[in-house]
Design a protein around this ligand. Structure first.
Ligand SMILES: Cc1cc2nc3c(=O)[nH]c(=O)nc-3n(C[C@H](O)[C@H](O)[C@H](O)COP(=O)(O)OP(=O)(O)OC[C@H]3O[C@@H](n4cnc5c(N)ncnc54)[C@H](O)[C@@H]3O)c2cc1C
Length: 350
């Protein structure tokens, strides 16, 4: 890049100061960021990260703000990722390789693939947020996780300003987990993700209410478009819409426990809900545990537990991030007391 081009980037990229983040997080928390910018190319990210003024202050990358709880003003540089673009990179006998910019809306990428009959992402329809955040917690829904379809990703090392490529294995994916939430936390900005999609789609209708919904839709020869539509219908009917009521989806992960713990719980609480993970472990439905502790539909000020989904914490108006965090701690404590099970937050706390 020439000096002139560098100057051009610097001038073009607006850096705002002390701005409210209310419109940038689905909890609608009115926290402030000291500095805020929306880079839309890798070069713009590199440019701003190399600026002297920002060298020694905290940095945080934001996508759609649908998995974050701001508990304080952010006294640093907040970068909203705006890198766009979706393209078919290559194909081989069995797969299409689709690359998307990290600032793309996730559901738009799903729709791009569904409309072209590239199989694999349809069960993940309508998950809010951006492409770049997907790998952070290995988004999942209706029996599919991103790790099943992610080929590789590119990410910018914040300190070095260089792009690294991570294979699927290098991301160390787990249940709502990846290397980016653990040993590499806060060190990389994901700039693009490449998905490996099936030329012959495998239809996954077993999970949740998909089959029932397909029946209600009177579908005969099921396609991935139908599955996507069924998932959208179910999600729209079940989950609170953040445009109407502030929330970040499931606030807690479903805890995994050893099978003998599950068996003991089952003796005490015959209705306890669990799903087999493998021979030795069972995943408990966190929503059921929370509901049994009497939290469903309760409010403390403007912070509350959704009246239909005990797993979803909500902001009914002007709740502060800390109030929602305190409510979540009370829930964690009461579930621990009643069932001896530790709930872990799924939402990122800042
Ligand atoms: C109604 C509702 C339903 C939901 N349903 C589901 C569901 O079914 N399954 C599921 O898995 N999740 C679900 N979620 C959670 C959320 O949609 C996902 O976690 C999503 O991937 C978050 O995307 P985002 O762009 O909004 O991330 P943000 O909230 O902006 O960021 C989340 C985290 O990712 C980091 N991050 C974001 N972009 C980047 C990047 N480019 N590089 C590095 N780090 C980055 C942030 O720093 C932050 O730590 C739901 C949320 C809502 C509100």
């Amino acid at each position: 890049m020439s000096n002139f081009e560098q100057l051009f980037y610097t001038i073009e990229m607006k850096i705002e100061e002390d701005i409210s983040l209310k419109q940038f997080n689905t909890f609608n928390i009115d926290a402030k960021a000291r500095y805020f910018a929306e880079p839309s190319t890798v070069e713009e990210f590199q440019e701003i990260l190399s600026e002297k003024k920002f060298k020694n202050i905290q940095k945080f990358v934001l996508g759609g703000g649908s998995n974050i709880l701001f508990t304080n003003d952010f006294d640093g540089l907040l970068l909203k990722n705006n890198i766009k673009g979706i393209e078919l990179l290559k194909e081989d006998a069995d797969f299409y390789y689709v690359k998307a910019g990290a600032g793309e809306v996730w559901h738009d990428v799903v729709m791009y693939c569904v409309n072209k009959n590239y199989g694999g992402l349809e069960n993940l329809s309508l998950i809010p947020g951006s492409v770049g955040a997907g790998p952070i917690q290995n988004i999942g829904a209706y029996g599919v996780e991103l790790k099943d379809r992610l080929f590789e990703l590119e990410a910018l090392n914040i300190k070095e300003g260089k792009i690294h490529t991570f294979s699927n294995a290098a991301c160390k994916f787990g249940y709502r987990d990846s290397v980016f939430k653990r040993e590499l936390k806060g060190q990389y900005i994901i700039t693009s993700v490449t998905y490996k999609l099936l030329k012959k789609p495998e239809l996954n209708t077993r999970y949740g209410a998909i089959e029932k919904e397909l029946e209600a839709m009177h579908v005969k020869n099921i396609t991935i478009k139908d599955i996507s539509q069924a998932v959208c219908n179910i999600r729209n009917s079940k989950l609170p819409n953040p445009a109407q009521i502030g929330n970040a989806g499931s606030f807690f992960k479903n805890p995994e426990v050893p099978r003998n713990t599950f068996n003991n719980l089952k003796m005490q609480f015959p209705d306890v809900v669990g799903y087999d993970v493998d021979e030795g472990r069972v995943k408990l439905a966190a929503g059921w545990l929370i509901e049994q502790c009497g939290w469903k539909g309760t409010t403390i000020g403007d912070a509350g537990v959704h009246k239909l989904q005990a797993l979803v914490l909500v902001n009914y108006g002007n709740a502060k991030g800390n109030e929602i965090l305190e409510l979540s701690q009370k829930i964690i404590d009461s579930v621990k007391n009643k069932f001896g099970v530790s709930l872990e937050r799924e939402v990122n706390i800042l």
